[in-house]
Design a protein around this ligand. Sequence first.
Ligand SMILES: [Zn+2]
Length: 375
Amino acid sequence: MGKLALLHGVWTELVACGARFMGTPGAEQAVEVITRYLQRWGLQYHCHEYEYTSWLPGDPPRLAWDGREREAYVMLGSPGAQAKGPLSGTIEYVGPLGIWGRHDWERFALVSPQAELLAYIAGRQAGPAIPQTLPLGCDQVLYLGIGSADVQELLLAHQTGRVVTATLEANPSFGAVQIGRSVVAELPRRGDRLVIIGAHYDSFWNTAGAYDNASGAACLLSLAHQLRDGVPGLNVRLVWFGSEEWLLAGSNAYVQMLEERGEVPSFMLNLDGVGRGDVLEVWYGPDPLLPFLRETIEPQAAELGVATRYIFPPPEGSDHAAFYRAGSKVCMLTFNDLEILHRAEDSIDEAKLRNMQKTLQIAQALLDRLPHQEL
Ligand SMILES: [Zn+2]
């Protein structure tokens, strides 16, 4: 089977698992797909298990004002409503909200006639409604995500002093502690320098996540096949992380274990989100890594016709974060595609597949040069 056919095949299989939200059959099925290929190719692997507190989005939320229902999602990690039944109150502007290194969200409070805070409603200034994972420390009040058209409407009402009365129903909830799994494959060791290449296989509950992140998980499977005899000069481990969307639970637990064993890798390459478009974002750190990355990536990018953006410090929102904190040099490759992020529209698409091929070529170039690089 050709490289492209294999890449397309494994990607299609992962997407066919459907939504791969933590604790769901879709997530289990993705683990089966990944391990079945590793077995077929004779690669050593095991599952790294970790505990997490489960969380369920509940029924699709209902949010309305001015007599119109609005598209809204419960934010991942949102507590349930304090009161039973529909909430009703006026909307007040609070200010910007930082979500995973992006500060283009606006936030509003839903306030009862008795001046109690009932819920927060937040959304991007551009783009449709999406669920996102709340940062730590938002564990008191129900949180909904809305789209930019509704954000603009509420901002205008705030600026002109118009009072907006809204009703809201949503029932997310926390559940029991559960066991999650990351899949870890060891390539035959061809050197001492430990390098980890990672990609999360989980997704949000409302999407099959072809871009976020069946794309990265499929690229990693393709690399597993390509590199099944090992990489000269390196000791390479491939990890398909679970529960990335849930505050990076899988990779945080994995890095904690590595730190306890004194096995923190010198380099971690993260593949998360191969979307459409022709801008490759390279999230990296620490800063002295930049010349190596540019010298390696730029010739490839020129040949492939992609523009590059190097982003430092690496935003916290993916699996490289714990590695970076533990002292690894990190690089994440992404074709960021915010229009379809965490949306049902994130499906199989030729443009993504072409960018997955490009991502693979760039990952291979990085691996070729890594053994010869002072890190
Ligand atoms: Zn992702």
